[in-house]
Design a protein around this ligand. Sequence first.
Ligand code: ADP
Ligand code: TPW
Ligand code: MG
Length: 579
Amino acid sequence: MASAPAEKITESVTAEDQREQTDGFNLIIDALKLNGVKTIYGVPGIPITDFGRMAQAEGIRVIAFRHEQHAGNAAAIAGYLTKNPGICLTVSAPGFLNGLTALANATTNCFPMILISGSSEREIVDLQQGDYEEMDQLAIAKPLCKAAFRILHAEDIGIGVARAIRAAVSGRPGGVYLDLPAKLFGQVMDAAEGKDSLVKVIDPAPAQQPAPEAVERALKLLQSAERPLIILGKGAAYSQADDAIRTLIEKTGIPFLPMSMAKGILPDTHAQCAGAARSLVLKESDVVMLIGARLNWLLSQGKGKPWGGKKQFIQIDIEPREMDSNVEIAAPVVGDIGSCVSALLEGIDADSHSPSKDWVDAVKAKKDANVAKMAPRLANDNFPMDFHGALGALRTVIKERPDAILVNEGANTLDLARGIIDMYHPRKRLDVGTWGVMGIGMGFAVAAAIETGKPVLAIEGDSAFGFSGMEIETICRYELPVCIVVFNNGGIYRGTDVNERNSDPAWTTFVAESRYDKMMEAFGGVGVHATTPEELKQAVDSAMDSGKPTLVNAAINPAAGSESGRIGNLNPQSKLQKK
Ligand code: ADP
Ligand code: TPW
Ligand code: MG
């Protein structure tokens, strides 16, 4: 073989070298940064370990969790709080699957997030030749999220990331899966061309104006109402149309009922809040306006006994297919909540759209009676402490610190806290959402602290806490201002069940009198054991003042609590006679 003159070869290599190169790692980081991504939640491993290091070096905050599900939950709630998609980063197959629960949950709850997962080599996966952590992740993710994409070439990174962002936040928000095979990270291309291939997503969630006829129809129906009701859902909280919603409610004087995570858009202490008269307003109202709330199980599908007969519904939602999902919607208003509520406001006239005085008086009377009935229970000093005594103390904490974020999960711990603890500001209450899923606690708490910088109070059933409890190490590692209160009644619903058959414990019970506070001490956090409402309040106040990661083990009477909290009616009943 004839060899070329030595100096000629050197010359051409040098020319090639002089053109700057970039690679998949850098392009993904640049694409995310270009689109305002500031934080990634994830767990490291092949093939993403170096990617996380490089992202951190480039100024993206990379929060490492102990389990992907909690990183995914953190990304999901970051999306809910900011309207920008939260990013979760996982390794292939098992890490991806661990994150998938959070992605599916985000989609169910209409929270925008992107699960980015490394994956194995396509050639090997598709021939099922047994690659390291082999799995066809794209196919598995598809039915569980809003959209799923895979990027195979470095030059497509810009478009791929842009598509994922737009899919997550436009229209009804949801979870998006982005599959990045290991080979992509190392792919090299010309740096200038790479830069040119990146896409900044302009107006990722465009306003969607409602049709004027739809607004007209809704206003007419509202005008015909005598006993109107407005139901606010977490879509309303997500929309951040706080001022428009408040104006609509106050201008009309219509009673409003907040769904769990919509509490605080207007304060629960607002004169028109019908939270304490829920059964009455559902049953007795005649026209109901839903703003960012679905007629799913949480609202008895809009029919049956709780509704006391057929209603006429106005529904404001960005998703047209949500209309008539359960019952006829007399006045569908499709668009984003900010635009829809503003359009309604233009046609609202306080005289003709206000409720009858009888209705307002009836709601107020019921509400006052229920609040008076509850007051002594919240002030009780029973020993051992019960749910009401403990929640009475925490209710005061939030009243005194309305800026704090409340995370809440469990059964009794959830249902009772939701009813008892008043919220004063929007997007301060984060909980189990549409699925009633256990395990969101620590992921939500971490992201709430990181995204908002506000103190977080996580009120957790002892079972609920167990699903994500190891993340207290994450909370301590990042020194987050999170105070966790474990409502320790020794089990799921109660700690008193007995297995009659053998010496195994009943399957709803845990080790009696566990000391969850000691777990926190293992990681350098503050642990407190509280046995009275007073001790509890003192410990939480001190945690909120200091901002130090704290876990308070609240010893709750094991006999307190009812089966499935407030939704025992959903348990199937055995048709067989007990032998
Ligand atoms: P809740 O559980 O509080 O009752 P849901 O999750 O059932 O609330 O309902 C939220 C609804 O809000 C969804 O149907 C979703 O399409 C809708 N939504 C979310 N964001 C917006 C928005 N910006 N504008 C209009 N509708 C929205
Ligand atoms: C992922 C089923 C609903 S509530 C609950 C479980 C296991 C725990 C209730 O006990 P806890 O509360 O937290 O101690 P309390 O105050 O009543 O004692 N797996 C998932 N999600 C759900 N919802 C369950 C199981 C469940
Ligand atoms: Mg419990």
